[in-house]
Design a protein around this ligand. Structure first.
Ligand SMILES: [Zn+2]
Ligand SMILES: [Zn+2]
Length: 256
């Protein structure tokens, strides 16, 4: 059994309201040694924080404002994020830029992202970054933040080699989700490009279930399929992927 950490799961999502404890139990039995529960809004962050308190040493949480919701972002939201950090949140996010959906105006996405990067610099917390079809702006903001000492992860990465390399060059990490198990994924080079000490794995559950569960509600237990896909691309065992990504996730988020 491959031991791993799910570095990005929306476990506070209503999709898990009926059976959350069973989902956590299956994650444990499948080899997950910890779960990073993402608070993509202040409301989600509070619920993720409750999960972290209920499962100390196993569930951890983050707090941030997703680019989809940047339209509703207010400067006072930073106080809400600070409150979650005071309660033990290990990261800020997910935050970032999504020019594919454009659910919020791009200037407001940049403003919300910039404010959260500044908070990361101020608090010393890592950032969890969502980026889609926003390569130039993401690159500039990540490189600027990285140069100022902020560390983070490009989560559920599907972008270019160039953006990944720019982030890695300033000390950042890259996380892959079940998307890499889909038939349409053909970028083997990207799966090999990330150095062994910068690689993370994630479910992004309830979304993006890996093959052979594609289309179902995703859960952390299935990260093993993503680890196996990375293992075959990189020519090592899934156990090695699990060990490397576990060490990287603990280092990035400062887990015990
Ligand atoms: Zn995301
Ligand atoms: Zn997410």
């Amino acid at each position: 059994m491959t031991s791993f950490i799910d570095s990005h799961v929306h476990l506070a999502d209503a999709a898990f309201d009926q059976d959350r404890d069973l989902v956590i139990e299956r994650a444990r039995r499948t080899g997950a040694s910890a779960l990073i529960c993402i608070g993509e809004s202040l409301d989600a962050a509070r619920r993720a924080g409750d999960l972290a308190q209920a499962h100390p040493g196993y569930c951890y949480h983050s707090a941030g404002v997703h680019p989809h919701d940047a339209l509703g972002y207010r400067a006072s939201d930073l106080d809400g994020i600070r409150a979650e950090i005071a309660r033990g949140a290990v990261a800020i996010g997910e935050c970032g830029l999504d020019y594919h959906y454009d659910h919020s105006p791009r200037d407001q996405q940049r403003a919300a992202f910039s404010a959260q990067l500044a908070l990361a610099a101020e608090t010393g917390r890592p950032v969890v970054v969502h980026t889609r079809e926003a390569e130039a702006d993401t690159r500039q903001m990540v490189v600027d933040a990285g140069s100022a000492g902020v560390v983070g992860v490009l989560h559920c990465y599907t972008g270019s080699t160039e953006l990944a390399e720019a982030a890695i060059a300033v000390g950042w990490y890259v996380s892959f989700s079940g998307i890499v198990t889909f038939k349409k994924w053909t970028d083997e080079a990207l799966l090999r490009l990330v150095p062994a000490d910068r690689l993370l794995v994630e479910s992004d559950a309830p979304y993006l279930a890996p093959v052979p569960h594609r289309g179902k509600r995703n859960e952390p237990a299935w990260v093993s399929f993503t680890a196996a896909r990375l293992a075959s691309a990189r020519g090592i065992s899934a156990d090695e992927i699990g060990a490397q990504t576990t060490a990287n996730t603990r280092r990035l988020f400062g887990l015990a």
